[in-house]
Design a protein around this ligand. Sequence first.
Ligand SMILES: Nc1ncnc2c1ncn2[C@@H]1O[C@H](COP(=O)(O)OP(=O)(O)OP(=O)(O)O)[C@@H](O)[C@H]1O
Length: 139
Amino acid sequence: MAGNRTFTMIKPDAVGAGNTGAIIKMIEEAGFKIVAMKKALLTKERAGQFYEVHKERPFYNDLTTYMSSGAIVPMILEKDNAVEDFRKLIGATNPKEAAEGTIRAIFAESIEANAIHGSDSDENAEIEGKFFFAEVEKF
Ligand SMILES: Nc1ncnc2c1ncn2[C@@H]1O[C@H](COP(=O)(O)OP(=O)(O)OP(=O)(O)O)[C@@H](O)[C@H]1O
């Protein structure tokens, strides 16, 4: 079976700190196949579109400023049970609460600069994946 897909993005804090390679290694060693990947930049406006669901939250302005502050590495990943297994690999949003050995426990600086994003549902994986990779049709 080919498995299913999720979307992830290494965030500016982790890319800027030179942790991209180490994070990709953890992702591949956990059994995820990288279907698509690029290094890219978000404008504040496009970061705002990506995090539109958080528009009314107090941290929205800071979050979109941060997400447009440096390079990001978005990827589409494939594995059985991809969405759930990837959320386990990255750990809790707040690195202080992230389980030992998870990507956020190892690399995140704070609740905002938390190293990596992982889609929280199959539906959002498709929406977010297509936000960066319009050419990838199958999810
Ligand atoms: N209280 C907060 N203060 C500052 N930033 C926050 C806070 N809560 C969330 N964020 C930022 O907004 C992002 C999206 O929040 P969400 O609740 O969707 O968390 P998540 O699903 O774990 O993270 P992501 O969607 O990035 O994988 C978080 O990853 C974090 O960068």
